[in-house]
Design a binder for this molecule. Structure first.
Ligand SMILES: CC(C)(COP(=O)(O)OP(=O)(O)OC[C@H]1O[C@@H](n2cnc3c(N)ncnc32)[C@H](O)[C@@H]1OP(=O)(O)O)[C@@H](O)C(=O)NCCC(=O)NCCS
Length: 207
């Protein structure tokens, strides 16, 4: 089981990192791979309710890799954490299969309550780019992409690309749904309507 998951993660690294070296080099040098190995062991102890040991192992993993994965998080096969640095995965986060996270990604909680699910769910094949923060008990649908430095606080459907803070939906099922030009033109129309209305009001007042 452990080795099957390790192989899946290395496969994902090879597939997603254009500069990926050989599998053996990936195994020895990628902090994202090491972080997951520490996590798998910590999660085992967490599941058998030896939470103190789980926490110690998790902390050692964090010390060596700079990736902070709570031992209670549920992580599917093939997660690839590229670069590793600064990734945080909270206690009730759920991650599907073949997900990719870049450096600085936070799967965080929106509340200080310790009960219930308060971290995000990432479905299969989701990609979250560098320094993005996903907050609360929300779901990012399968195959979706979160652009760099985005802040996501609401559910995102499957096959979507979202960017920014507040987020903008850029495309769904590969089709562009956001067009800055169209939005600007709509704003221009609204301003023109407002200007006409103000003129009418001024004329009425001056009579
Ligand atoms: C999400 C992403 C994949 C989208 O790429 P794309 O589909 O090719 O989108 P485009 O570049 O055509 O951009 C579409 C619009 O979204 C905007 N946009 C794209 N990425 C954005 C981001 N991260 N934050 C804010 N706006 C963004 C663009 O400015 C453009 O807006 P406009 O139409 O108003 O000009 C890409 O922009 C991204 O964030 N890549 C992350 C790269 C990264 O983290 N690499 C780490 C390597 S170590």
């Amino acid at each position: 089981m452990f080795f099957k998951q390790l192989r899946a993660t290395i496969r994902q690294a090879k597939k997603n990192d254009p500069s990926a070296p050989t599998k053996i080099t990936i195994f020895f040098t990628y902090p994202g791979i090491h972080a997951l190995m520490w996590y798998r062991v910590a999660h085992f102890f967490y599941r058998i309710k030896l939470t103190f040991i789980a926490r110690i192992i998790s902390n050692l993993g964090r010390f060596f890799t700079n990736v902070d994965i709570h031992p209670g998080a549920k992580i599917g096969e093939g997660l690839f954490i590229d670069h590793g640095a600064g990734v945080v995965i909270g206690q009730t986060a759920v991650i599907g299969k073949n997900v990719v996270l870049f450096h600085g990604v936070t799967l965080g909680s929106s509340s200080v309550q310790s009960q219930g699910k308060r971290h995000p769910t990432l479905e299969d094949n989701v990609v979250v780019y560098a320094n993005s923060t996903i907050i609360g008990n929300i779901t990012i649908g399968k195959n979706s992409v979160v652009g760099a430095s985005s802040v996501v606080k609401q559910d995102i459907g499957p096959n979507s690309v979202v960017v920014g803070n507040p987020i903008r939906l850029i495309s769904v099922d590969g089709k562009r749904v956001y067009d800055a030009k169209t939005e600007c033109e709509a704003l221009k129309d609204e301003l023109t309507t407002l200007r006409v209305k103000i003129q009418e009001l001024e004329e009425r007042l001056s009579k």
